[in-house]
Write a protein that binds this ligand. Structure first.
Ligand code: NAD
Length: 295
């Protein structure tokens, strides 16, 4: 996907005299957010985008965050704006929604604004949310057919579960959307030929959730610091435990490692949906730039 973007970025640069630009807003010092933002900025620079980090301290007021988004909305050099979630609780109740809602939909490369969420619902998204469209890309490029197949999505968040269910329906899958109140979840999940898991609980989906041969997409990213849990999931001499011993923590998906024995295909964590999410963000930034230049 990144290689496909390079010639488009070069063509845009020749046409407009500047590279497509991404502004990333980071408020406060959330450790995981620092890592996510660094990875996004590095990936953007590597393909030839302009990528600017706009930081505000954890003590910033809501007005500061709103003013920063307004400035990026008005900036001719920025085609995409990404506000890194979560914003500090200190901004006040409802602040996060206000900040996200202020992003110009034409620059909303995360696809989170009500306008872009509505376009997605109506099957005419120009800037689809990054993790869901990364998942579709991953299935397509792995040659996994979607049309006519039974898909089950576990998790109904606005950023992953709901939009990926919509995209799968648009690809003619028959989709069941499950959540924390779903009855008999393993039985429902076992009907899936494509199982997408976005729950945020490490090793939650065990082999009894998985129909033999199913494609399993693990969206979860969970930072686990308890070695005993890891030993239980991976066995006590798994190579990943050595990574844990070096770093004191390990990223684990929502899918239990034993699922590899049952699934026909399984995305790794880390290294599966995460990189596709970033590639989709880069593509949305290029799209936003092209669409703005055409206006
Ligand atoms: P969220 O917390 O907003 O939503 C979790 C969903 O899981 C909820 O809809 C809830 O109903 C459901 N759920 C919770 N407990 C459940 C249970 N016991 N049984 C069934 N369903 C249950 O989470 P999110 O933002 O969608 O993120 C989910 C996971 O994906 C997290 O680990 C997050 O870090 C990860 N994530 C990864 C990427 C990526 O790029 N790979 C992007 C976004 C999120």
């Amino acid at each position: 996907m990144r290689d496909e973007l390079r010639p488009r970025i070069e063509a845009f640069r020749l046409r407009t005299g500047r590279p497509p630009g991404l502004g990333v807003v980071l408020v406060g010092e959330h450790p995981a957010s620092e890592v996510y933002v660094r990875n996004k900025l590095r990936a953007a620079s590597e393909v030839g985008l302009r990528a600017d980090l706009e930081r505000l301290p954890a003590t910033a007021a809501l007005a500061d965050a709103l003013a920063l988004v307004e400035r990026l909305n008005g900036s001719p050099a920025h085609d995409g704006i990404l506000v890194q979630d979560p914003l500090p609780a200190g901004l006040g109740p409802g602040a996060s929604q206000q900040v996200f809602d202020l992003i110009d939909p034409a620059k909303d490369v995360d696809g989170f604004t009500p306008v872009n969420a509505g376009r997605l619902l109506q099957n005419r998204a120009t800037l689809p949310p990054c993790t869901p469209s990364g998942i579709i890309e991953l299935l397509d490029r792995s040659g996994i057919p979607v049309a006519g197949r039974r898909a089950v999505v576990i998790g109904r968040s606005d950023i992953v579960g709901k939009p990926v269910a919509l995209l799968l329906v648009q690809r003619d899958a028959t989709v069941t959307l499950c959540h924390s109140k779903t009855a008999n979840l393993p039985d429902v999940a076992r009907q899936a030929e494509i199982l997408v898991v976005a729950v945020g609980r490490p090793a939650f989906v065990t082999p009894d959730f998985v129909r033999p041969g199913a494609t399993v997409v693990d969206v979860g990213i969970n930072n686990v610091t308890d070695r005993a849990l890891l030993e239980r999931w991976f066995g006590d001499d798994h190579p990943r435990l050595r990574d844990f011993d070096r770093r004191g923590a390990l990223l684990v998906g929502d899918v239990h490692p034993d699922v590899v024995e049952v699934a026909g295909a399984l995305t790794p964590v880390p290294g599966g949906v995460g990189p596709l999410t970033i590639a989709s963000l880069l593509r949305n930034t290029v799209r936003a730039a092209e669409l703005r230049a055409d206006r």
